[in-house]
Ligand binder design. Structure first.
Ligand code: ARG
Length: 589
């Protein structure tokens, strides 16, 4: 099914061609002056230069040719040469009806050829609690994964745990200081290691920062941690067994945390998973003449002639032969290509890793770890700030744990929901969790990823304005009208969209018709914020329609059915969109 803009543009293009002008000029966009018209075409302005004619003359000719069209109610040429366009309500009604009845159940979205996409997001480091900085990677990544899937692509989300670096050596070192008697540290121990971890998650979360603090102050301690990391990576039995415990305890806690965010991963792989393939990859890079020694380190040049900024080489091995972040990322690319053959890999991290990913991607292309056509995309996101414009902190200035951030929001929602009314405590709590999550996710996703934003609890939890709760209220309102309709004996089958009979009814249909192009561009540009902007506009359009229209008391049953059909479509589109954003609506609020 073609998008509404494509269909309208086709009509206008035909008129340009018939009048002897270039087809390109007939491109139509949504009006940026909704007070004057619904759509606009600025082709006559560009045409003026090409054909040495006054733009208003060209626009006039086109308007004349389009008079009497089945699509347009009005095409007006206005100075200095714009075409102001309104479409016929009947044509719009028929279009939206067709969209609703779209066989693929995708409301007119045309799905492209199936590709294989991997989304690398979350990226927490094992043994460290999730903090507010982990929010964006999880939330934006989850949405991107869902959008790719909705577009029909085979999509795999991988958490890519940081589970192989110095932080593991630090934890092991601190454990050894505290409990040297454990069998893991006895080199002569040959028996089976205990099945139970010698620490709990809360101990683990305390051990890591303690160890990290000590290593910063104490050179000797740091050397021990590096040695422990080395021993772990080279396979010392007791250290591996301890590492297994760290991973198990940490991962089960991570799973709980991500589940609270409605985020789930298909793969729980990590840096450690590629350890064994690193030597082969390094050899391949040397043999291919890509990697060379520079000051003892093994590097690959990734500079390009057109570079305007400094582009340092990509380091593959440190001078002591140790692998680093780059090494595991490149080996992971190699592994993914072998196992899944992705056409595209999308990475989500803080934008401070922009240069890093540029180096890694160039290195992967140059060394042919990926095909020429493999798309490697890094979405670098901005910082979550507090109202003071500085990175979001707890009230006493500490790092804000993600868990506490979520529970704070849920509590705030709970008090809002139970304000001035009686409600079953359990139900209220459930609803506040659903709405709280929407508040957080929408608050985050409605900002363009690359920008920093202010985490404003008052604003995010408000039921008015461009917020998650506002969107949910709108959905709940629609559902409640539909429920009443059914209670009154109405049926939600044989739906048909009719010709809108009011300005707000027509505006709502125009918004509904915008679904497919929005999803398409959210996918093309890897930009979930576009979906937020769309549903905010759609929710507004619905609320004005609702304000103007007496739906359930409408006496003409046929007309009423038409309204109900619009409501059903509106609910379905809103619910599809919030699902793509990674949250859901409650039945009531
Ligand atoms: N663990 C990394 C960090 O904390 C993020 C991992 C992102 N993914 C990747 N393939 N590098 O910075």
């Amino acid at each position: 099914m073609k998008s509404i803009l494509e269909l309208i543009s086709e009509e206008v293009k035909k008129a340009f061609v018939d009048a002897g002008y270039d087809e390109k000029l007939g491109n139509v966009t949504v009006s940026n002056r909704p007070d004057l018209c619904e759509y606009q075409c600025n082709g006559a302005m560009a045409g003026a230069k090409l054909y040495h004619k006054a733009p208003i003359m060209i626009a006039g000719e086109i308007a004349e040719r389009l008079a009497g069209s089945a699509v347009f109610e009005k095409v007006e040429a206005v100075n200095p040469g714009f075409l102001n366009i309104n479409i016929k309500s009947q044509w719009l009604g028929e279009y939206v009806d067709e969209m609703m009845k779209d066989e693929s159940k995708k409301f007119g979205l045309v799905v492209p050829d199936k590709k294989m996409v991997m989304v690398d997001y979350g990226g927490p480091n094992v043994a460290k609690p999730l903090h507010v900085g982990h929010l964006r990677s999880a939330v934006i990544g989850e949405s991107i994964k869902r959008i790719c899937r909705y577009m029909g692509h085979e999509t795999i989300g991988d958490i890519h745990l940081g589970d192989w670096g110095l932080q593991m050596g630090l934890v092991i070192t601190e454990l050894k200081e505290r409990k040297p008697e454990l069998p893991y540290f006895d080199e002569n121990y040959e028996g089976e290691y205990p099945a139970e971890a010698p620490f709990t998650i809360s101990e683990l979360e305390e051990i890591y920062p303690t160890a990290s603090g000590k290593s910063k102050a104490d050179e000797e301690y740091k050397a021990k941690a590096m040695d422990a990391t080395y021993k772990l990576q080279s396979g010392v039995r007791g250290y591996r067994a301890l590492w297994d415990h760290i991973i198990a305890v940490s991962v089960s806690d991570l799973k709980r945390n991500y589940a609270n965010l409605n985020v789930d991963f298909d793969l729980w792989k990590g840096e450690s998973d590629v350890h064994d393939i690193i030597p082969g990859m390094v050899q391949y890079m040397k043999d291919g003449g890509y990697a060379y020694l520079s000051d003892g380190a093994l590097v690959v040049d990734v500079k390009e002639e057109t570079d305007t900024k400094e582009m340092p080489p990509c380091m593959i091995l440190k001078s002591d032969g140790a692998s680093l972040y780059n090494t595991t990322d490149l080996a992971t690319i190699m592994d993914r290509m072998k196992t899944y053959h992705p056409d595209k890999i999308v990475y989500l991290t803080d934008k401070r890793q922009d240069l890093y990913f540029e180096q890694v991607f160039r290195c992967a292309k140059k060394t042919k770890l990926v095909d020429e056509t493999t798309e490697l995309v890094h979405i670098g996101f901005g910082t979550v700030n507090g109202k003071d414009g500085k990175p979001f902190k707890t009230r006493d200035g500490g790092v804000m744990r993600l868990e506490y951030l979520i529970s704070d929001i849920n509590e705030r929602m709970l008090s809002k929901i139970t304000e001035n009314r009686e409600m079953d405590a359990k139900e209220a709590e459930q609803i506040s969790k659903i709405v709280g999550l929407a508040a957080i996710k929408y608050g985050d996703l409605s900002n363009q990823a690359a920008k920093d934003y202010i985490f404003d609890v008052d604003k995010f939890t408000s039921s008015e304005g461009n917020t998650g709760p506002y969107i949910l209220y709108t959905i709940v309102r629609i559902k409640s009208i539909l429920n009443k309709y059914v209670e009154q004996g109405g049926e939600l089958s044989n739906l048909a969209i009719q010709t809108p009979d009011s300005e707000s009814g027509k505006a709502l249909l125009r918004e509904l018709a915008g679904f497919a192009p929005v999803i398409q561009s959210a996918f093309d540009e890897v930009a979930p914020h576009k979906i937020c902007a769309y549903i905010y506009g759609l929710a507004n359009a619905f609320n004005s329609f609702y304000h103007d229209t007496r739906i359930l008391v409408e006496e003409d049953e046929n007309k009423k059915k038409g309204y109900i059909s619009v409501l059903v479509l509106c609910r379905d589109i809103l619910e599809t969109c919030i699902d793509l954003l990674g949250f859901e609506a409650p039945e009531k609020m």
